[in-house]
Design a protein around this ligand. Structure first.
Ligand code: C2G
Length: 448
């Protein structure tokens, strides 16, 4: 019996998949179809898959062409499967021409003609309406944001506004955005959702205006520097049935979320201490980050990243928080914070003018999690124990600038009518704003 194997995601199964499966089946007597699981697809950068693995397996089964269906779970599995199932032919569409020649050491490799004019990507674009997003502020992050938008389906940039029109114009022409709005009102009028990427102190007014005009909002972190303002914005979003999300890229990073789930599942026992630090020593002190009038400084600029693992793991009900800062020209070029909980103590360090090792260490009663610098772009972490034989290392992919994960969650919240993301809850965002406010009021503050 001649055995043929082929693999795919088979999202929104279409005629192209059917033709491929039929042609593959005709090559032999027994067809094995490997369907990728959701994690495998995420790791290879396919973030837009609509059907989950169970739905995709059912769709392949319903074609009646597969004699056997297996799940593709890891890179390198194809070699293992070919040997395990004693496969004669590996078949795949011609869009992969040459890519699987390495399998020729194990079986015959056949590239079958791909069906032109149809693809899951086209169907996804048709199946979903597209969120039209307008960008406020043409700063440094925006080119990265626009290029990451292209990796997520169901969202496209339609307009940009900046108080400095020439900056917006430049960005628009380099990124294919058609409308350079002359006012915030014009921008809001042209879109369904707004990305707020302006300096911190303008976030509240712009977000409020967008929400009142019934637009979803993705607001750069820190969203606001005042607890009451954060509460008000989330209340308005909730009342209006809108998604309001603070854009904290680490919160949506797959490896970081896996780390949090493992720690929450008790893999290192009870957490007693978290240390997180992040420093970015720019050198150029003329930047907004160094301007006290624009709420510059280390805590406002960087604080929401180290606060994220602390608040996600230990909660928002800390008993006390203290700040130790080195000041220069009225901004903190370095702040160390100690957050005290009933049963744990956490600390963070942020520096714009003091360099620190940027790692994250979560210590528990059974072991500790270690995430090396730059932990805020987590792609690797270790769980370590007294008995080193039990240590485990976890590796992940961090694609591009990593903003695609937060954009994808934003879109998924909008389409799924989920008004809050569990990766950075409203309460956690509010707690962060509260911490910024305590710092502004110099509560428990010691100057170094
Ligand atoms: N296909 C096709 N014609 C289309 C679209 C897809 O022939 N118009 C083929 C692809 O070439 C592939 C199969 O259908 O052989 C499944 O395609 P996808 O669902 O896009 O999966 P893919 O990303 O190609 O997975 O390990 C996974 C495999 O390497 C390939």
């Amino acid at each position: 019996m001649k055995k043929v194997i082929t693999y795919g995601t088979y999202d929104l199964l279409h005629q192209g998949h059917l033709n491929l499966l039929r042609r593959a089946k005709e090559l032999g007597d027994w067809l094995i179809v490997g369907v990728t699981n959701d994690n495998f697809d995420r790791n290879r950068g396919k973030l837009n898959v609509v059907n989950n693995v169970l739905e995709r397996v059912e769709a392949v089964k319903a074609t009646g062409l597969a004699d056997q269906i297996i799940i593709e779970d890891y890179v390198g599995q194809k070699i293992d499967d070919i040997q395990k199932y004693d496969v004669d032919i590996f078949a795949i569409g011609s869009d992969w021409q040459g890519k699987f020649d390495y399998l020729k050491d194990y079986c015959e490799v056949v590239y079958l003609p791909r069906t032109e004019g149809i693809s899951s990507t086209m169907l996804r674009a048709k199946a979903r309406e597209c969120v039209k997003i307008g960008i406020v502020g043409a700063g440094r992050i925006v080119p990265r944001f626009v290029s990451e938008l292209k990796c997520v389906s169901g969202i496209a940039p339609v307009a940009i506004f900046d108080v400095d029109c020439s900056k917006a114009q430049n960005l628009a022409s380099s990124s294919g955005i058609t409308l350079v709005a002359e006012s915030l009102d014009e921008l809001i009028g042209a879109c369904d959702a707004v990305y707020v990427a302006t300096p911190h102190l303008s976030h509240y007014d712009i977000t409020l205006k967008a929400l009142l005009a019934r637009r979803h909002v993705l607001c750069e972190t820190p969203m606001v520097l005042d607890r009451k303002q954060a509460e008000d914005l989330f209340d308005i979003a909730k009342e209006q049935g809108l998604v309001l999300m603070e854009a904290n890229k680490t919160a949506h990073c797959p490896a970081f979320n896996h780390l949090i789930s493992m720690v929450k599942s008790g893999e290192i026992g009870d957490v007693v201490d978290i240390e997180a630090s992040l420093s970015k020593v720019w050198g150029d002190t003329t930047l907004r980050e160094f301007d006290a009038k624009q709420a510059g400084g280390s805590l406002f600029e960087l604080g929401s990243y180290p606060l994220l693992p602390i608040l996600r793991l230990m909660g928002c009900n800390f008993e006390d928080i203290r700040f130790y800062s080195r000041m220069s020209d009225s901004i903190d070029i370095y702040t160390k914070g100690i957050v005290q909980y009933r049963n744990a103590v956490c600390s963070f360090k942020v520096g714009l003018g003091v360099k620190t090792e940027g790692n994250l260490i979560i210590s528990g009663t059974k072991g500790y999690a270690y995430v090396p610098s730059p932990w805020w772009k987590t792609d690797y972490f270790e769980l370590r124990y007294e008995d080193q034989n039990n240590n485990r290392k976890f590796f992940y992919k961090w694609d591009g600038a990593g903003l695609r994960y937060e954009i994808q969650e934003f879109v998924s919240c909008i389409f799924g009518k989920r008004y809050a993301s569990s990766r950075l809850s409203h309460n956690q965002s509010i707690a962060m704003a509260g911490i910024m406010e305590r710092f502004s009021n110099r509560l428990n503050f010691i100057e170094l």
